[in-house]
Design a protein around this ligand. Structure first.
Ligand SMILES: NC(=O)c1ccc[n+]([C@@H]2O[C@H](COP(=O)([O-])OP(=O)(O)OC[C@H]3O[C@@H](n4cnc5c(N)ncnc54)[C@H](OP(=O)(O)O)[C@@H]3O)[C@@H](O)[C@H]2O)c1
Length: 337
């Protein structure tokens, strides 16, 4: 079967299209899935370009969507023909995060082989059903970006109708968060480096928009837009380069979901302002399988469909990553085969 592999040390020019042995038939508790799509995340990019070292010949990509081809003995939750989507933490079925999800050792496309491949045989619990009627490419956006946005706002944030949500930039996580927030009756303020992208965010329902390039003090602008109060939730994907402004923008008693590293991995935090805001700064990595099942149900009920900017073929994975690196996308970039 065809698969993409990452050579060690990594580098986009070293992604290889390889012929790997077919994984065969599923054993007890397993399913065989014919994969048809994956979506690109910053984490996958870091594995592919070598910033996150991984085993030689690792199959990349955490997100995988496809069709169940066969079920092993004892599998009752899936049937042949079901459309499924992979889980970011197969070892985390439910409950609060604990030791085993403090790293990426069990994460497909990092600690274990991922889904840039034609077939996979895995434990049935490594997947959930995909939303009914979705394409594989749409379903592939759920595993990482979608579930992260859902957990940030709904699980950790306990989002309520009437709340105000700030989303930073217009990448995969932020656009999913915008859609979830609007579907649940929240007001959304969106930022971007591009006025064109801000116009698209407004078409998706963003109530107010701010260009963070032309308004570097965007935290202050958020306060103006909220009558001085600040927002209830910040979907913080920037990291050290944006956190100070996010703390400025959050209301007293509000919540910042600390998700991203787009501006780096460490930096100064205005701790006194954070303390005065009495805000909750919650780090998170994606979510558990139960939360993914809840999210899939919510997607079916709300009618949200993910925003896919561009689709590439499996052999074009490196090209897709270069497109993602360029930062011109709005929402998700996917690969289909
Ligand atoms: N903790 C987790 O569980 C988790 C899960 C998924 C992703 N992440 C992290 O979250 C971040 C976003 O992931 P993604 O998949 O959504 O990435 P993505 O789709 O590649 O998003 C890139 C977008 O982020 C925006 N951006 C870049 N620098 C920015 C800045 N200084 N301020 C505001 N926006 C900025 C840009 O939007 P504009 O072009 O509109 O300016 C850019 O297009 C990454 O760091 C990723 O590693 C974490």
């Amino acid at each position: 079967m065809k698969a993409i592999i990452v050579r060690s040390p990594g580098g986009l020019d070293k992604l290889e299209l390889a012929e790997l042995p077919d994984p065969g038939q599923p054993g007890p508790g397993q399913i065989r899935v014919a994969l048809h799509a994956t979506s690109l995340n910053y984490h996958d990019l870091q594995v592919a370009d070598g910033r996150i070292p991984t085993a030689d010949r690792r199959v990349p990509m955490a997100d995988g969507a496809g069709v169940v081809e066969a079920v092993g003995e004892g599998v009752t939750q899936f049937r042949r023909g079901d459309q499924v989507v992979s889980c970011f933490f197969p070892q985390w079925p439910d409950g609060l995060p604990s030791g085993p999800v403090g790293n990426f050792r069990g994460t497909p496309g990092d600690g274990t082989d991922g889904f840039a491949t034609e077939y996979a045989v895995r434990a049935a619990t490594d997947f959930t059903l995909a939303p009914r009627g979705w394409s594989h490419a749409e379903a592939a956006t759920i595993t990482t970006a979608g579930l992260t946005a859902w957990r940030a706002l709904v699980v950790d944030g306990q989002l309520k109708a009437g709340s105000t949500v700030l989303v930073l930039g217009t990448g995969g996580v932020s656009i999913a968060a915008l859609q979830i927030a609007k579907a649940m009756g929240a007001r959304v303020i969106a930022t971007s480096s591009s006025d064109d992208k801000l116009a698209r965010a407004q078409q998706l329902g963003a109530d107010d928009v701010i260009n963070y390039k032309t308004t570097p003090e965007w935290g202050k602008r958020v306060l103006e837009l909220t009558g001085g109060a600040g927002v209830d939730h910040v979907v913080e994907v920037g990291g050290p380069g944006t956190l100070a402004q996010s703390i400025q923008a959050v209301r007293v008693g509000g919540h910042i979901a600390l998700i991203g590293v787009l501006t780096g991995r460490q930096g100064d935090v205005p701790t006194a302002v954070l303390m005065a805001r009495q805000a909750r700064l919650q780090g998170l990595i994606v979510g558990n399988r139960r939360e993914q099942q809840d999210y899939v149900r919510a997607l079916e009920q709300t009618g949200i469909r993910p925003v896919i900017d561009r689709s590439f073929g499996l052999e074009q994975l490196a090209e897709a990553f270069r497109f993602q690196q360029g930062g011109g996308h709005f929402g998700k970039v996917v690969v289909e085969w």
